[in-house]
Design a protein around this ligand. Structure first.
Ligand code: PNS
Length: 161
């Protein structure tokens, strides 16, 4: 049986930090589904379709990766996809409290699903989608942090072309 993991998130937008987690997850699982949260309650710069489009573009070279949009409970989505684990990236200790709470809640909702925390590559310890957005807004260069396609989409979105 295929061992499938789901890597959920907002990906607003996807960064090299996220891509590093995807690549490393592929060493552990037969298939990784990147699940983009479509949630009107959570404010995002890009629509779910735009975030999906960027992920499709930048993961097209990676084998065994699927990109999808999800809404509703993550545990329900995981069950529906016959996945066995949730992948989450951890940067600093500041990420931990919220991530730990979500992992425990998901475990309570469905004890069969494991959450796997992967430490970020030290190169990306300080990297976040929100900082990338701020840098682009202030006309800085983000090519060290996101693929050129994403940088282009950020500039378009923020009317900086
Ligand atoms: O990139 P993010 O913002 O850290 O991603 C958060 C995400 C998508 C993993 C989280 O918001 C989520 O799982 N949402 C789905 C709703 C859900 O299942 N909530 C209850 C368990 S925490």
């Amino acid at each position: 049986m295929k061992r499938i993991a789901v890597y959920p998130g907002s990906f607003d937008p996807v960064t090299y930090g996220h891509l590093d987690i995807v690549k490393r997850s592929l060493e552990l699982f037969d298939q990784v589904i990147i699940a983009v949260l479509s949630n009107t309650m959570k404010k995002s710069l890009f629509t779910a379709d735009e975030r999906y489009d960027m992920l499709m573009k930048v993961t097209s070279v990676l084998p065994n990766v699927q990109v999808d949009i999800f809404s509703g409970l993550l545990v329900d989505y995981i069950k529906n996809k016959s996945a066995i684990a949730i992948i989450k990236g951890l940067r600093a200790i500041s990420d931990f409290e919220h991530e730990f709470q979500m992992a425990l809640m998901n475990k309570k909702l469905n004890p069969k699903i494991e959450t796997l925390f992967m430490m970020t590559n030290e190169k990306y310890l300080y990297l976040s989608s929100s900082m990338v957005k701020e840098i682009v807004e202030l006309k800085g260069n983000v090519l060290d942090f996101v693929p050129s396609y994403v940088s282009k989409k950020l500039k378009e979105k923020l009317n900086l072309n």
